[in-house]
Design a protein around this ligand. Structure first.
Ligand SMILES: [Cu+2]
Length: 290
């Protein structure tokens, strides 16, 4: 191997064989010319300390995003045009995660995996009306893990996440800081948000599940990692940590390397494993992290 090694993740959607349902079209228009795009790394948001509380300011906006070169797709974004920044929190920190809803419709923002009081959960009860703000204020009380935040409005969760309302929360603690793990975010500690999307003939998101798809799940035929179609990432030839989130609505991923090489799983949703497990494939269902 060269000093820098080229890695490509292969993902086989378990449901890829299911044909898209009775929508107006049967597959997304393709712009496939074989070129790969550099993986986008969601920016890390460390927050700002004010009177002992660390504030994370997040703005939820309508946006457009160039999934395909020269084409704008309408999206929702958080401090950006698709998905949101990665929040970095530490066990024991008092945090205030401040969301401002600049959409024309209500939404909510749920901290998936965060151990918080019910009123700070951001579930369907904590509606953020348009032009309003809502803050999740709590003290982080949990082990190091990779969580995520996402829209969670009653009846609109799937659609809002589809449009881009999601991001990662990295929780660190004394144990994770002491462990000899890759810790350089975006360089050897790389977040991978896996999603699939269906685009209509105008390259707009097409989220239009029929009755069967509402029951069994809506699958897209364009695979995105951190919002990038056909991505690659260049890394140093050494052990790399991937923090993988299945951020898809219903697709289960069977992940591994093209060359079948083995890797170690060191953590699941909410904590490190007792010891690393050697694997050649890992299955990840929606919402799950590895
Ligand atoms: Cu969730």
């Amino acid at each position: 191997m060269q000093r820098r090694e080229f890695l490509a993740l292969s993902a086989v959607a378990s449901a890829a064989l299911m044909l898209h349902g009775c929508g107006s079209t049967t597959s997304s228009p393709t712009m496939q010319n074989g070129t790969q795009a550099l993986l986008h790394i969601p920016p890390l948001l460390e927050g700002t300390s004010k009177e002992g509380v660390i504030h994370y300011d997040l703005s939820i906006d309508e946006a457009t995003h160039p999934f395909f070169e020269g084409i704008s797709t309408q999206t929702f974004g958080i401090n950006g045009s698709f998905l949101g920044p990665t929040l970095h929190v530490k066990n024991g920190d008092a945090v205030s995660i401040n969301y401002t809803n600049n959409l024309k419709e209500a939404t909510t923002m749920h901290g998936h995996g965060m151990h918080v009081p019910a009123v700070m959960d951001g579930g369907v009860h904590q509606v953020i009306e348009p032009k309003n703000s809502w803050s999740a204020v709590y003290t982080v009380k949990q082990k190091a893990c990779t969580n995520w935040y996402h829209a969670h409005l009653m009846g609109k969760t799937a659609e809002h996440v589809y449009k881009g309302l999601a991001g990662l929360i990295i929780v660190e603690d004394e144990e994770s800081n002491a462990l000899n793990l890759p810790k350089n975010y975006g360089v050897d500690d790389i977040p991978l948000i896996l999603q699939d999307r269906f685009f209509d003939a105008d390259f707009e998101f097409d989220y239009s599940p029929n009755r069967m798809e509402i029951m069994h799940g809506y699958h897209g035929d364009v695979f995105l990692v951190n919002g990038v179609v056909n991505p690659y990432v260049e890394v140093e030839a050494k052990e790399i940590r991937f923090r993988i989130l299945n951020g898809s609505n219903s697709t289960v991923y069977d992940l591994g390397f093209d060359d079948g090489r083995r890797f170690k799983q060191i953590a699941t949703d909410n904590a490190f494993l007792e010891s690393p497990v050697s694997l050649s494939r890992v299955l990840l269902s929606p919402g799950e992290r590895a």
